[in-house]
Ligand binder design. Structure first.
Ligand code: THU
Length: 129
């Protein structure tokens, strides 16, 4: 996961977070092996802000991929950062319950959880099958 961590850390430096000052980076591995990153992009109209995970998902989809195999999220401070509820659902669209989500701080990996642990009994594409 080191390639993902390094990308997420680079993304974190590019965050546009003048309001919260909470810089977040995310990186995803796609099914073809390529990796894609994103950072949070806040807005003066607060609800229009985007999470780092959303940017990374958009980049992965724009690359022509459809599946997420692994995810890294990096945030500041000693607390374990976890994706917000909305981002867990966004990830679920392209990732299965078993996909690892590495929760990282400035010092590296804090904890790894699966998407299924973060979002149990999720509503997902399978409900339309
Ligand atoms: N944020 C993310 O980008 N990802 C997360 O997983 C949690 C929160 C952002 C949203 C907002 O720009 C800032 O962190 C504070 O909530």
């Amino acid at each position: 996961m080191n390639d993902l961590l390094h990308l997420a850390q680079r993304m974190m430096l590019r965050a546009h977070a003048p309001y919260s000052k909470f810089h977040v980076g995310a990186a995803l591995r796609a099914e073809d092996g390529s990796i894609h990153g994103g950072c949070n992009v806040e807005n003066a109209a607060y609800p229009q802000g985007l999470c780092a995970e959303a940017g990374a998902i958009a980049a992965l989809i724009a690359s022509g991929n459809k599946r997420i195999l692994e995810c890294v999220v990096v945030g500041p401070g000693p607390e374990v950062i976890t994706p917000c509820g909305g981002c867990r659902q966004k990830l679920r669209e392209f990732a299965g319950d078993d996909v690892p989500v590495h929760l990282c701080g400035p010092d590296g990996l804090h904890r790894t959880m699966t998407l299924g642990q973060l979002l149990p009994m999720s509503f997902g594409p399978q409900h339309f099958a």
